[in-house]
Design a protein around this ligand. Sequence first.
Ligand code: HSE
Length: 297
Amino acid sequence: MFKVRVPASTANLGPGFDCMGIALSMYNTAEFEKIDSGFEIKILDNSSAYVPTDKTNLVYRAVDAVYSKVGKKPDGIRVSIYSDIPVTRGLGSSSSGIVMGLVGANRLLDNPLSVEELLFLGCEIERHPDNVTPALLGGFTVSFMERERVIYSRSEISSDLRFAALIPDFYLQTRRSRGFLPRVVTLRNACYNVAHASMLSIALTTANEKLLYSCFRDKLHQRYRFPYIKSGEYIIRSARRFGAYGGYISGAGPTIMSVVSKDNKEFEYNMNELIKTNLKNWRLVMLDADNTGAVIL
Ligand code: HSE
């Protein structure tokens, strides 16, 4: 018996649509046990109403993908899942399920697959790599899929940065949220995002806090999603007023993430006061970056 722990992740970071992500200090855990036969999934938290336990479960699909890759069928396995990451809120809960399955299955088979092979299988299931890559590797990742490979870079995030997740009591499914986006974008908006995403990469990898103030804006996806995330833009404006470097829709939403200096001691208090008066269906969770990724405990 062993456990796999996988971090939450925040994707896009504003301009890095479908390619940038950061792992965060909130976790899902799966315990893998050998049993006589079959494949059992147990949900140990209150997400069982939203998470299937049949063959559509993402942990199962990931386990099956690893076994299929080595020409086997998964059998005699029980997985018990405990989730802290809220479902369909834009914090990478699907990717954490996929990564738990990949890492657990690889361990059950005595590690036949490399990290790159696991990453590719995970991205094939999720279809975009921006949550799977940080969930597996930790830190700040930039990744894209090219033919049969995932090209990625990974860097550590400075412990001077904190991530303020404003999580609402409503959800937004990624598929629906992608449906709001236009199929065609202007050259001007594409250039805007290339510039902002490139600068954001440099600001994060060199821990250049001054640059960070200018980097989180985007023109490809957020303006089409804000109408479905009531108070989203207000939260970002308020976070900046409270001294955050910037804010953005985490992944496909609806969580709003703000990036804050650890020296900004008043941010948490100010945001919680605002929640009490103006944002009653939101809660604030202050997180750190996770520079470790998936681990076997
Ligand atoms: N990048 C995805 C989107 C969400 O914005 O639709 C996270 O994978």
